[in-house]
Design a protein around this ligand. Structure first.
Ligand SMILES: *Cc1c(COP(=O)(O)O)cnc(C)c1O
Length: 430
């Protein structure tokens, strides 16, 4: 083992890391015997900010003390609670505050966006097809196929899927562009991930937006694995609309409130058709309870219901940490942290696994996806052994382990420990 990848080196990197103070702001899970776990699973559920409990308790206290009066008299009045999240979410999305809203959860928001941005006149509308990636997260696929059926279109024939070339795991953006171009008269919408959940591949969203627009289609982005992970500039990239969940890199807690983005140019005049609810009504006149719907300006006009305060409070705690750390600094650390993990794995386990995630900085985020050699049975065995040894990673059928070092709370020493554990387990299961 070279000096550069020793535990001492990892500890030296931690000592030099200006963001190491943020780790103390999160609760770190421990095993039943009290041993600390190595948690590399922020891509699935982010850890609890230490302030999350206080934020939730404050709302329960205000509810106990104030009842319905809490809507206006709570420390953070519930009527305006979603707006408390707006500025920080806009910062992370690279959007104008008016372009984002905290609301619902991811799949619901995707449906609401498609209700506005996928509107073929029917099965004979030439421009009715929707493009997704062939390996899309099931929920995203279900959204699109059910929307196709909802409009009387054919969920198979009208669904277009971009697949990697035979024998490859990753999508080549030039292939995706070519596919978009080849269907330029038929494409209505593209639903695309910022970061692919299985492979960890990150996409050039500005380039995809340009390709979509050249073809006369719209681009809707799923940011489940992007927001809070990589810096975004949705406004400048000209993304049409986007949605995300609050519980992965945003650390909002299980089932946390999600959010959406609608580019200003689509919401300026409030005329775009949508599925509406009273919370999307202009806040100034919402409580006049008029039968006429007057949408709030911007993304807020897509809200349906009053927000779930108890599932928004932890997100408030987490967004404060993002504000203090800054997404640019987090990304700089993330590149080092994930780069260190890649180097360790290549040096110590190189022959035993295949790194699926691209190595180029602009093509990956914090996650690394590893294919374990030796067949699905061995791969599953390896994953189980990792869990037994206190490494919290995750597993994707048939043979992938995903590891996501998160710069807010993971250390270089965690990454070293993870690689050391994996190297051990691979040796023992060889
Ligand atoms: C996590 C994730 C989801 C989950 O959807 P929910 O509606 O929040 O349950 C959907 N799509 C992608 C791509 C995801 O990564």
């Amino acid at each position: 083992m070279s000096f550069e990848t020793s535990l001492q080196q990892a500890q030296a990197l931690d000592a030099a890391d200006p963001l190491t103070i943020f780790r103390e702001q999160f609760a770190l899970p421990v095993a039943r015997d009290g041993r600390p776990l190595i948690y590399l699973c922020g891509h699935s559920l982010g850890l609890a900010p230490r302030d999350a409990r206080a934020r939730v308790v404050e709302e329960i206290e205000d509810w106990e003390k104030l009842g319905v009066l809490g809507h206006e008299a709570a420390r953070r009045p519930w009527i305006d609670y979603a707006e408390l999240l707006q500025a920080d979410l806009a910062q992370l999305a690279g959007a104008l505050p008016i372009e984002v809203a905290a609301m619902n959860s991811l799949t619901v928001n995707l449906h609401l966006l498609l209700a506005s941005f996928y509107r073929p006149s029917g099965p004979s509308d030439r421009r009715r097809r929707v493009l997704i990636e062939a390996g899309a997260f099931p929920s995203d696929r279900h959204v699109v196929t059910s929307q196709l059926a909802w409009h009387g279109c054919d969920p198979q024939a009208d669904l277009l899927e971009a697949a990697p070339r035979p024998g490859e795991d990753l999508l080549r953006i030039e292939d995706v562009e070519a596919l978009i171009d080849a269907h330029r008269d038929e494409l209505a919408l593209i639903l695309w991930p910022g970061v692919q959940y299985r492979t960890g591949q990150a996409f050039d969203l500005a380039r995809l937006a340009a390709a979509a627009h050249r073809a006369g289609a719209l681009l809707c982005v799923d940011l489940a694995h992007s927001i809070g992970n990589t810096p975004l500039s949705l406004h400048d990239w000209n993304i049409d609309c986007a949605a995300w969940c609050g519980y992965k890199y945003l650390n909002g807690g299980p089932g946390a409130i999600g959010g959406l983005f609608v580019h200003q140019r689509h919401s300026d005049d409030g005329s775009r058709q949508r599925l509406s609810g009273w919370w999307g009504h202009d806040a100034a006149t919402r409580f006049q309870m008029s039968p006429q719907f007057k949408p709030a300006m911007g993304a807020a006009g897509w809200q349906l219901s009053n927000p779930p305060i108890l599932s928004s409070a932890p997100l408030l705690a987490s967004l404060a940490q993002f504000r203090n750390a800054g997404i640019a600094a987090l990304r700089a650390k993330s590149l080092l942290l994930t780069g260190f993990l890649r180097l360790l794995l290549e040096q110590r386990c190189g022959k035993e696994l295949q790194m699926i995630t691209p190595a180029a900085a602009d093509e990956h985020a914090c996650q690394l996806s590893l294919r374990i050699h030796g067949g699905a049975e061995r791969a599953r065995q390896v994953y189980k052994q990792l869990a037994t040894r206190g490494l919290i990673a995750d597993w994707r059928e048939p043979d992938l382990v995903r590891l996501a070092p998160v710069p807010l709370y993971n250390r270089f020493a965690d990454v070293w420990q993870a690689a050391d554990t994996l190297a051990d387990v691979l040796r023992l299961t060889a």
